[in-house]
Design a protein around this ligand. Structure first.
Ligand SMILES: [Zn+2]
Length: 233
């Protein structure tokens, strides 16, 4: 490699590969779990949209629109637009997987309404995280080209914003799922096997965020090793 801290093979690529494998497995797991529970329809035949409206109205939220969005697992709540977007596999569907995901997105809408602190912090840190992920490597490489290690260390510092963003994402996601599962149970929307299925889907989704954080930490370790290894040369 051209980092110049050694000859030939850059072993730190292994860290990136481990991260990719973990993220890949988590993503495979959520797709498999979703596929399994998208075949299980709730016995009352309630649709995800009906559940979403019920949860939002019960929380006193009447200004959030529900829209359909293309793609797979692209479901999200947009706080700035006050729109809850459900993907093709969720919108209007009656599977326990669809109801779980719809309830989870409502969990985000309720967090927004309540001014849940981790959600505010997460939204506020989006620009910094974007800057960190785009410019950290170029800054590190520029530091190498100029032979100025402190600049490379600034690159590492910028990347810690990405780690911080993924860290603050965890409580936001876990809390949205916890709210969703509580409401689905309390309001007797899903019971027994159906509730257990929705729980598994949301747990698999939560794991992808843990995997993403782990992958990003491995990337950070790689940067630290490359920059410090170079300094020792
Ligand atoms: Zn979420």
């Amino acid at each position: 490699m051209y980092y110049g801290y050694g000859y030939g093979y850059d072993w730190t690529v292994i860290l990136v590969l481990i991260g990719a494998a973990i993220s890949g497995l988590a993503s495979l797991n959520v797709r498999r779990t979703y596929a399994k529970y998208s075949k299980l329809r709730n016995y009352r035949g309630i649709t995800s949209n009906e559940v979403a409206e019920h949860i939002l109205h019960a929380a006193g939220i009447y200004d959030v629109r529900i829209e359909r969005i293309r793609g797979n697992l692209t479901d999200h709540y947009s706080p700035t637009e006050k729109v809850l977007r459900l993907s093709d596999a969720v919108y209007g569907q009656t599977s326990v997987a669809a109801l779980g995901v719809a309830a989870h997105e409502c969990g985000h809408a309720i967090q927004h309404q309540e001014g849940y602190a981790p959600l505010k912090l997460r939204s506020a840190s989006v620009p910094l995280a974007n800057i960190g992920s785009w410019v950290s490597w170029p800054v590190i490489l520029l530091g190498f080209i100029l032979g100025y290690t402190p600049l490379a260390q600034v690159g590492i510092f910028l990347f810690t914003f990405v780690v911080a963003f993924q860290l603050i994402t965890l409580p936001v996601e876990f809390d949205a799922s916890a709210r969703a599962l509580r409401i689905l149970e309390q309001d007797r929307i899903l019971e027994g096997e159906e509730h257990a299925g929705a729980t598994k889907v949301l747990q698999a989704a939560a794991l992808t965020y843990v995997a993403a954080l782990f992958t990003t930490i491995l990337q950070l370790l790689r940067m630290v090793y490359i920059v410090n290894g170079r300094r020792r040369d």
